[in-house]
Design a protein around this ligand. Structure first.
Ligand SMILES: Cc1ncc(COP(=O)(O)O)c(C=O)c1O
Length: 442
């Protein structure tokens, strides 16, 4: 028997939920059934304030009528068009609009369906680029500890999450990792970018000395690491990485899956930090989370390197059935309209100070060991319960949900990333709720 979308289904067993404690969830489900603006509604009819933009993706809030209309119009006009050897207008328009948001020279967009696919695509482009230039020995990748680059084999190889390395075997050959830049003993309670840790970028020089630059294809980092607990780049760190990459002909990839589309109060982190990578991966905010879509932007130099040889030959042997899907492209164009018409990136920038003050007002609350923020990102690090890592933060998550606020936790860190349409009263509600929950935790 089918159930209506607003009630809890009779059988929760069949669906194997991603990144979820399945048995725990299914014993006490948290079912969201509708969403509008800053709020979800759950199956019990309760309103839940979205402190996480879904999963860092609903930057324009939920179910904006402009996106809803664009998606419904597109699906009635044309549901799908083949992605290979055929085109449709909206995907070209979207690529032009995305590249117009980026610094000059980052001109070409390859569409995917997710952040994970974007990362694997960027790594493949980097390998193929070097090979096309006659430097096919450049095959090694350098990621960073505590980096998250999605769940494909490329992404988990360059990522620095121990659970992946423990669970999924040897991964791809030829990857090294820079140290992460989380230095709470020196940088705790920093507002904005931390002072200490810039020199950790110099580890790249050591890896070049070890392997020789002629073997290294690319370095990939998140300008601000999100999924492993919100780790900011120390002041000058990204600039230093850029310099070392330039010196050795190594491509620099910024994984902007969470920092893209206004999260820092600028279009992308590349604009915010004024550091230009060779490739940018994106997803999430590209369609405001409405329809799955990702993309990789590369420089004109990279693109032009491929555009040689007989013109009837496919230049890059790569693509997805749904690359640039028409409905996703329509959603992307409408999401960009929302960002632009409502000046949401400027809004994020304007609210960042209020957000920072509200977050740092939690200093001194029980269990709090660090508070970090940038743009509309916030992190609250908690002292773990001895012998029970993650339990305290997860309890905070459950208690906040019961009080009508959706937060996200990773390890014992609460990570916040609200839709950019957030109002000051919502910011107050998020931090007041967390404050009261912190005082109730074991
Ligand atoms: C920096 C980064 N890269 C890649 C991904 C993977 O994106 P997806 O889950 O869409 O595959 C994420 C997801 O959170 C991310 O934060």
């Amino acid at each position: 028997m089918s159930s209506s979308s607003s009630s809890v289904p009779n059988n929760l067993d069949a669906f194997w939920m991603p990144f979820t404690a399945n048995r725990q969830f299914k014993s006490n489900p948290r079912m969201l059934v509708s969403a509008k603006g800053m709020h979800y509604t759950n199956a019990e009819g309760g309103k839940v304030l979205d402190g996480t933009a879904g999963l860092w993706c609903c930057n324009a809030g939920h179910s904006d009528p402009r996106v809803v209309e664009a998606v419904s119009n597109q699906i009635s006009e044309m549901d799908y068009a083949p992605a290979f050897q055929m085109g449709h207008p909206k995907v070209f328009e979207l690529a032009a609009r995305v590249s117009a948001m980026l610094p000059n020279g980052l001109d070409h967009v390859f569409f995917t369906n997710s952040g994970s696919e974007s990362v694997d695509t960027a790594l493949k482009i980097a390998l193929a680029y070097h090979r096309a230039r006659g430097e096919g020995t450049r095959t090694r990748f350098i990621g960073r500890e505590r980096g998250y680059h999605g769940v494909g084999f490329g992404g988990i190889t360059v990522g620095g999450i121990v659970a992946n390395r423990k669970t999924f075997g040897p991964l791809l050959a030829g990857a090294d990792h820079l140290s992460h830049t989380h230095l709470p003993e020196k940088n705790a309670y920093t507002r904005g970018l931390p002072e200490y840790g810039t020199e950790l970028a110099d580890e790249l020089e050591k890896l070049v000395t070890l392997h020789d630059a002629s073997n290294i294809a690319a370095v990939i980092v998140e300008p601000v690491a999100g999924s492993t607990g919100v780790i900011m780049p120390p002041k000058g760190y990204l600039e230093r990485l850029r310099k070392i990459c330039d010196k050795h002909g190594i491509l620099l990839i910024f994984d902007e899956v969470i920092t893209g589309f206004g999260r820092l109060g600028a279009s992308f982190a590349t604009e915010y930090f004024d550091v230009k990578p060779d490739l940018i991966t994106m997803a999430k905010g590209l369609t405001g989370g409405t329809i799955p879509m990702g993309g990789v932007v590369c420089t004109k130099d990279i693109y032009d390197t491929f555009m040689t040889g007989p013109d009837n030959m496919i230049e890059l042997f790569h693509g997805y059935t749904y690359s640039g899907h028409p409905v996703a492209a329509a959603a992307g164009l409408a999401a960009l309209d929302c960002y632009q018409e409502d000046s949401l990136f400027e809004r994020a920038n304007d609210l960042a100070g209020y957000w920072e003050d509200a977050l740092h007002s939690l200093k001194g609350c029980p269990h709090v060991t660090d508070l970090r923020n940038l743009g509309l990102i916030g992190a609250i690090e908690l002292e773990p319960i001895p012998g029970k890592p993650t339990a305290r933060a997860f309890d905070a998550f459950l208690k906040c949900y019961e009080k009508g606020v959706l937060i996200r936790t990773t390890g014992d860190i609460i990570a916040l990333s609200p839709p950019l349409i957030i109002e000051k009263e919502h910011i107050d509600q998020i931090f007041d709720t967390i404050r009261s929950v912190l005082s109730e935790l074991d």
